[in-house]
Design a protein around this ligand. Structure first.
Ligand code: ADP
Ligand code: MG
Length: 266
């Protein structure tokens, strides 16, 4: 069912491309480019008269279907980079191209559409509404837009993260690991192309954290691109690619290295 829906969405997306872009050769070029292309991205926060450089010139390419872990000390710019990748924020300078589309020059309404259609977010603190059931929390993500079978879609997403028997429970009646699984289900219902998780295991014990990483790994093997910010090196080496940040810059990128070589590096 889920695969069917994704196929349908891809078809709709392709139709949109065809309608918007009659230049066939340009479509071919887009297919060959990376899904995410970040070039010399800087982000400067201004607080009164003080300028805080959160990103100091980041270059990064991520292909569709990758699983990437981002590591680095607190304050190194990881969340700022995630917010830009997720189109929640825009760079001060530099370019971000997502699926061939220049994010910097697009309108707010188009940004909202991209967030809604392509990107799923998972938060460290789950961000669930405490007084309504897991099922209602997930359904709520489908309130905007013209979704058919909201209830069934939400149920399927919860089944996918192993919560078939907990759908009627409220967040306060669930463990941290279960709440985070609801958070993942909520991100999944709109069949995102990219899942962005900013320290998804940060509030969990190691066993629950491991379960969450297993689910993210499973989603990756089903074709979703997954980008995870994490502190734990042992969790990070499960990703096929580990990026380290320091002072607003990428200081290492393991693409090409094996997990074994990485462990030696640390
Ligand atoms: P990380 O997620 O790696 O801990 P952040 O991206 O949250 O790092 O922050 C990077 C730097 O930018 C830090 O110095 C932080 O204090 C600053 N920063 C982040 N968000 C804001 C903001 N909204 N306003 C001002 N400064 C910010
Ligand atoms: Mg952060």
């Amino acid at each position: 069912m889920v695969a069917d829906r994704r196929a349908e969405e891809r078809e709709a997306e392709a139709g949109l491309h065809r309608a918007n872009n009659t230049n066939v050769s340009r479509i071919k070029v887009q297919e060959q480019t990376d899904m995410i292309e970040i070039e010399n991205v800087k982000k400067i926060y201004t607080m009164g008269s003080v300028e805080v450089p959160a990103l100091a010139g980041v270059n990064l390419s991520i292909a569709q279907g990758e699983i990437v872990a981002i590591m680095g000390a607190s304050g190194s710019g990881k969340s700022t980079l995630m917010n830009i990748l997720g189109c929640l924020d825009v760079p001060t300078s530099g370019t971000y191209t997502l699926d061939g589309e220049d994010i910097g020059s697009t309108t707010d309404s188009r940004l909202a559409e991209i967030r809604n259609r392509k990107i799923g977010f998972v938060f460290q603190t789950y961000n669930l509404l405490p007084r309504i059931s897991a099922l209602n929390n997930v359904e709520l993500a489908l309130m905007y837009g013209n979704h058919r079978n909201r209830r069934r879609t939400a149920q399927e997403a919860l089944e996918r993260v192993g919560l078939a028997d907990r759908m009627r429970h409220k967040p306060t009646e669930l463990s941290g690991g279960q709440q985070q699984r609801v958070g993942i289900a909520r991100a999944l219902v709109k069949s995102p192309e990219i899942l962005l998780a900013d320290e998804p295991t940060g509030n969990l014990d190691s066993r629950s954290g491991e379960e969450i990483m297993q689910i993210l790994g499973q989603l990756h093997s089903e074709g979703i691109s997954v980008i995870i910010v994490t502190h734990e090196a042992d969790i990070a080496v499960r990703a096929s690619r580990v990026i380290s940040m320091r002072d607003g810059l990428i200081v290492s990128d393991s693409s090409g290295l094996t997990a074994g070589e990485l462990t030696v590096q640390h």
